[in-house]
Design a protein around this ligand. Structure first.
Ligand SMILES: NC(=O)c1ccc[n+]([C@@H]2O[C@H](COP(=O)([O-])OP(=O)(O)OC[C@H]3O[C@@H](n4cnc5c(N)ncnc54)[C@H](O)[C@@H]3O)[C@@H](O)[C@H]2O)c1
Length: 251
């Protein structure tokens, strides 16, 4: 069983989750890597093992309760505890006006981004309580403050996850659980690849304008914020949403 502190990271196959995992591997943490993309997840696993981390990869669809129960159980089996939870898996669906979305798209995006995040909290928090506490980072978005154009459904999920973060910040203060929302704006990953390809040029221009003045981030930039929010910054940032838009201000 591992002596080092244990991070559980969902959505760790690519993008931000992978970047967080690689940095933590170099800092001596044990890692439980969760994703439904098995091939890329195994690649992340190889990369963190090369860096000397103790780690497991667990295939799971975060929107399925059985899979969530299983990734929590397998993490506890591997490491005996969960100190930090990066609740990060997320998707986007093709952007459009609200009435143009299908119910199936609503179910998909809320199923992963909100239900999936809730299920993670529902099963991870009891393990943390047993250990005397824990630290949670929920990956929210600048869409938790203000929707970008044509992004109403995704934005609803990220507003919802911000609310769950604030709620944990209030309700678990005496139980030594802390939660912080980290909110990237434009982060250079593949998440939006399928979301913008079908847009007209006119809509794309409106979307670009709606992101406001900001400095685009790499996943490595945001990973530093995630790690700070989970560790050194957790007490004072508890229950807040950290705006990582690089200059865009949301009131
Ligand atoms: N890229 C941006 O501009 C941006 C901005 C704000 C917030 N975010 C948020 O950052 C987080 C990470 O996204 P990213 O930008 O690194 O994109 P990404 O697509 O590289 O990473 C998302 C990861 O989640 C995994 N995933 C998706 N659905 C899943 C499911 N049902 N079960 C298990 N794993 C699943 C994917 O396989 C992938 O590894 C997401 O929550 C996203 O909403 C991204």
């Amino acid at each position: 069983m591992s002596e080092s502190k244990v991070f559980l990271i969902t959505g760790s196959a690519t993008g931000l989750g992978r970047s967080v995992a690689l940095k933590l591997a170099e800092r001596g943490y044990s890692l439980s890597l969760v994703d439904f993309n098995e091939q890329a997840g195994q690649e992340t696993l190889s990369l963190v093992l090369e860096r000397g981390a103790q780690a497991v990869f667990i295939k799971a669809d975060v929107s399925r309760e059985e899979d969530v129960k299983n990734y929590v159980e397998q993490t506890v089996e591997a490491f005996g505890r969960i100190d930090y939870f990066v609740n990060n898996a997320g998707i986007m669906v093709p952007l459009r006006l609200l009435h143009e979305y299908e119910l199936s798209e609503y179910d998909r995006v809320t199923g992963v981004n909100l239900k999936g995040a809730f299920l993670g909290l529902k099963y991870v928090i009891p393990v943390m309580l047993k250990n005397g506490g824990g630290r949670i980072v929920n990956t929210v978005s600048s869409n938790s403050f203000k929707p970008t154009a044509f992004n109403g459904l995704y934005s609803a999920t990220k507003h919802g996850l911000a609310a769950l973060t604030k709620s944990i910040g209030q309700d678990y203060q005496d139980l030594n659980i802390r939660a912080v929302g980290v909110a990237p704006n434009t982060m250079i990953t593949n998440i939006a690849a399928n979301a913008v390809t079908t847009m007209s040029e006119e809509r794309f221009a409106k979307l670009a304008a709606s992101t406001g003045p900001n400095i685009p981030a790499t996943p490595e930039d945001i990973a530093e914020v995630v790690i700070f929010a989970a560790t050194t910054g957790a007490d004072m940032l508890n229950g807040t949403i950290v705006n990582c838009a690089g200059g865009e201000i949301f009131q």
